[in-house]
Design a protein around this ligand. Structure first.
Ligand SMILES: Nc1nc2c(c(=O)[nH]1)N[C@H]1C(S)=C(S)[C@@H](COP(=O)(O)OP(=O)(O)OC[C@H]3O[C@@H](n4cnc5c(=O)[nH]c(N)nc54)[C@H](O)[C@@H]3O)O[C@H]1N2
Ligand SMILES: Nc1nc2c(c(=O)[nH]1)N[C@H]1C(S)=C(S)[C@@H](COP(=O)(O)OP(=O)(O)OC[C@H]3O[C@@H](n4cnc5c(=O)[nH]c(N)nc54)[C@H](O)[C@@H]3O)O[C@H]1N2
Ligand SMILES: [Mo]
Length: 762
């Protein structure tokens, strides 16, 4: 970076990701959150056969019973939940909701675990303890007075299969398919795009495929922070000389160099392993152009010398190849280069590596899905794989990196606003009530209904709905306009505090905690990113005797709301095996559910594409037509930059563990805009200047003021800022029309100087 003036809290990080720094960060997480004596056994039980599933991410484990897999950010997720801090009734009595809204997201959760049901008291503007019975009775009364279509049922992807299944059952018997969920802000593009391409909205690879792969292309995800256990896999690949090609506008350290804390040699010698064999700093929103460039290079080679495509696979297993290839041929190199920011030569190099490999995996994350054409981006990735038959053979396939640890399972067990007629018929046959057929709201639609006043109640199974969504200026007042909001959660957050006419916060057990019901100790089940379903059993003493499990809370709310319910709620909750029996009867793929989760490692959900069976409308895998190269609405003006909103190393979505972003060299602050040197020069800005950011889209003026811009290794034309602070810049209706996913990774913005950087003593 050369010589620059010092900016407080900015210290470029030169080491590899992982290594001793990761061990130290784990020790700090333990020390600041937990009773030290309790901590090591807790961490050791993470992802063990009889332990709990790590609430951190959805990356699978080897057999789920191999050695303890060390993971810094998994440790943070566990210690944040298993903290010894408690949010007490005394504290809440002394602090009004208005005053709590002044606190940061970090402070709110750091008060500790919720310990008792709370109800909002408008007279004193405080949250006050309430009995479970009274809370449930009052919630039920409001719900019975509303039309079901006025109620939104939100799920955040940490809920277990059992809790999520009961939640959808409750909402559907009540009478709505309004299921906004976190997946709508995340991998909805995958859930919509992949079924069209290959017949199922899930990844096709298993961990074993990584042992046989010859090439991994990693697009738009940051595993060093968000899927740290994947780093062990990438580290192994790199040591076997398997090329890993990265497309990312930012130089993410973990994708460059990584020291595996489990590798004794590397740790002892302060060594590290290079991860990416090629690192392409694509422009934000330029992946479609890049993918089309790779496809174009392949088609040109095929035309020149042949032997590139898998013709037999294409003929037997796919359709619409000619439509796809015409679109690729019609796309000009000049447009590809301009939109991607990469040269034809670069893309031909990647195409050559792809041609050479007999088994390729493409992994991807939010850098692909969170664009106006996110669904079509996902389909382009599938297209590229189909060209060489890279789906349904060992070592190859598509690998979306899911978000929350059970977000995939939630969808499998029925959390969807667009249920299939089959599924509804099975629910009806099993339970004897008539579920609503009309499709419901996704996350953005639910919030839009709250904004226009047509939705009156919001029931949240976890999460931080209003903060996770774009556009707090529109969302926050909408939350306050509701008749009822109910939050099942573990810690206080801002969505809880945006109180409605009546608001209830219901404290639940976390994954780490012991769950005892009428028949004894219970386990729940979750599905990871690779469709493996396994059991998770908490072991710790609950944070408070008042906590209830998520299934128990949902069942009690349902029983209170629906006095004539056909569902035996209490009986189901007494023994979760009974919930799983019902899941087995109503959802294909769960045969012998209770037996199979008792086997080590659990079982895999059916994935027909792995056997080259394609449950699409045509029965074949389908190529797509992207059309053009632009992923996002174009905005005019040479001063316009594309804003990426991203996660720091010390956060879990809206949960901020601490204020550092170690690998990006940011410490103790989050008010940062990452910008390329050439853009700084062009705009007449300097490293450390304080700027204002304004969204360059028609409509309301959206601004984020007083942000410090720093020079960073990010592609020219793209800038980065932290989520959720930067959500004020994203309009609620700026999304992918096919999947409804907000385009958090490509907001056109203008950046203007506010104050010149002040010289600080370093
Ligand atoms: N510790 C931790 N773990 C987590 C989470 C967390 O917040 N903290 N969140 C969980 C959840 S819900 C999710 S969805 C996942 C998220 O995991 P990721 O998908 O890794 O999410 P982001 O942090 O949003 O990072 C996106 C990455 O994409 C890059 N990127 C941005 N725009 C583009 C683009 O246009 N093209 C390309 N090629 N790259 C781009 C960014 O530079 C960044 O490296 O992680 C899960 N795991
Ligand atoms: N700008 C921008 N916005 C984004 C994104 C982005 O990349 N950029 N990413 C989007 C993505 S990918 C996602 S998934 C969403 C995340 O959206 P959400 O899933 O709604 O948000 P989280 O921050 O994960 O939710 C945190 C809260 O969950 C509760 N909680 C934690 N553990 C438990 C539990 O075990 N049970 C229950 N019931 N509650 C629990 C706690 O009260 C905590 O405050 O945000 C989206 N928003
Ligand atoms: Mo996510």
């Amino acid at each position: 970076m050369g010589k620059r003036r010092a900016v407080p809290g900015i210290h470029p990080y030169d080491g590899p990701a992982g290594g001793w720094g990761a061990l130290k960060a784990t020790a700090i997480a333990v020390r600041t959150q937990m009773d030290i004596l309790n901590a090591p056994p807790t961490l050791l039980r993470t992802n063990q056969p009889d332990g709990f599933d790590c609430p951190g991410c959805a990356w699978p484990d080897k057999d789920h019973h191999s050695t303890f897999q060390f993971c810094e950010n998994g440790a943070k997720a566990v210690t944040w939940e298993a903290t010894s801090k408690r949010l007490t009734a005394g504290f809440l009595a002394e602090n009004t909701v208005t005053s709590l809204l002044e606190k940061s997201d970090y402070e709110l959760e750091n008060y500790g675990r919720l310990t008792t049901p709370l109800a909002y008291d408008p007279a004193s503007d405080t949250l006050q303890p309430v009995s479970w019975q009274l809370a449930l009775q009052q919630i039920a009364e409001v719900l019975r007075g509303l039309s079901p279509s006025q109620t939104e049922f939100y799920t955040s992807g940490r809920a277990s299969n059992e809790a999520a299944y009961l939640f959808q059952l409750f909402a559907r018997e009540y009478g709505t398919n309004n299921f906004p969920d976190c997946s709508n802000m995340c991998h909805e593009a995958t859930s919509v795009g992949l079924p069209r391409s290959i017949g199922i909205g899930k990844g096709t690879v298993s961990l074993e495929d990584f042992e046989h792969t010859e090439l991994v292309i990693s697009i738009g995800h940051n595993p060093g922070t968000n899927h740290p256990r994947m780093m062990g896999t990438l580290h192994e690949l790199s040591r076997r000389n398997v090329p890993v090609i990265v497309f990312n506008p930012l130089r993410e350290r973990a994708l460059e160099r990584f020291a595996d804390p489990q590798n004794v040699g590397e740790m002892a010698t302060y060594g590290s392993t290079q991860i990416a064999s090629g690192y392409y700093q694509v422009k934000a929103g330029g992946d479609a152009a890049a993918l089309k460039g790779i496809a174009k290079a392949l088609l040109e080679k095929e035309a020149n010398s042949g032997g590139v495509l898998d013709h037999e696979f294409i003929a037997t297993h796919t359709r619409d190849f000619s439509l796809f290839s015409h679109d690729i041929q019609a796309t000009e190199w000049q447009d590809i280069e301009q939109e991607s920011g990469l040269s034809r030569n670069d893309l031909e190099t990647v195409a050559a590596a792809y041609q050479k490999s007999d088994a390729t995996i493409i992994t991807y994350g939010m850098g692909i899905t969170q664009h106006n054409k996110g669904t079509q981006n996902v389909r382009l990735i599938a297209d590229l794989l189909l060209m060489k038959g890279n789906i349904g053979k060992p070592g190859a396939g598509i690998c979306p990196l899911r978000g929350h640890s059970n977000v995939q399972g939630n969808r499998t067990v029925g959390i969807t606003e667009k249920p299939s007629a089959d599924f509804l018929a099975r629910l009806e046959a099993e339970f004897g009530f008539v579920p609503p057929r009309q499709h419901g709201h996704d996350a953005v639609q639910a919030m839009q209904s709250m904004v226009d006043g047509s939705a009156r109640a919001l029931i949240c199974l976890g999460g931080n709905f209003a903060v996770a969504l774009p556009d707090p200026q529109a969302c926050f007042p909408a939350m306050k306009g509701l008749d009822l909001s109910v939050h099942i959660g573990t810690k206080l957050n801002r969505s809880h505090l945006l109180v409605a006419r009546q608001t209830f916060i219901l404290p639940c057990l976390g994954r780490t905690e012991l769950d005892i019901q009428a028949t004894g100790k219970q386990s729940v089940t979750v599905e990871d990113s690779m469709s493996m379903v396994h059991a998770s059993s908490g072991k710790l003493k609950p944070a408070s005797a008042m906590l209830r499990s998520e299934p128990a809370i949902v069942a009690a709310m349902a029983a209170a709301t629906l006095p004539d319910s056909r569902v035996p709620w209490a009986e189901l909750v007494a023994d979760y095996d009974r919930i799983r029996d019902r899941i087995e009867k109503t959802i294909p793929g769960f045969d012998d559910y209770n037996q199979r989760i008792r086997q080590p490692g659990g079982f895999r959900m059916p994935l027909p594409p792995v056997e080259r069976r394609w449950p699409t409308a045509s029965g074949k895998a389908e190529f797509s037509v992207f059309g053009g190269v632009e992923e996002n609405a174009s905005a005019e003006g040479s001063d316009i930059l594309r804003l990426i909103t991203l996660r720091s190393h010390d956060q879990y979505n809206t949960t901020i563990y601490a204020l550092d972003d170690r690998y990006r060299g940011v410490f103790g602050r989050r008010d940062i805009l990452f910008m390329n040197d050439s853009d700084l020069d062009r705009l007449g800005l300097e490293h450390g200047d304080v700027v204002d950011i304004e969204t360059a889209l028609p409509g309301r003026q959206l601004r984020l003021e007083g942000i410090t811009v720093i020079a960073y290794n990010i592609s020219a034309g793209s800038v980065g800022a932290y989520y959720p602070e930067a959500n004020v810049l994203v309009p609620l209706d700026y999304n992918d029309p096919q999947s409804g996913t907000p385009s958090y990774k490509s907001v056109p913005v203008r950046v203007t100087l506010r104050t010149k950087q002040i010289r600080h003593s370093a």
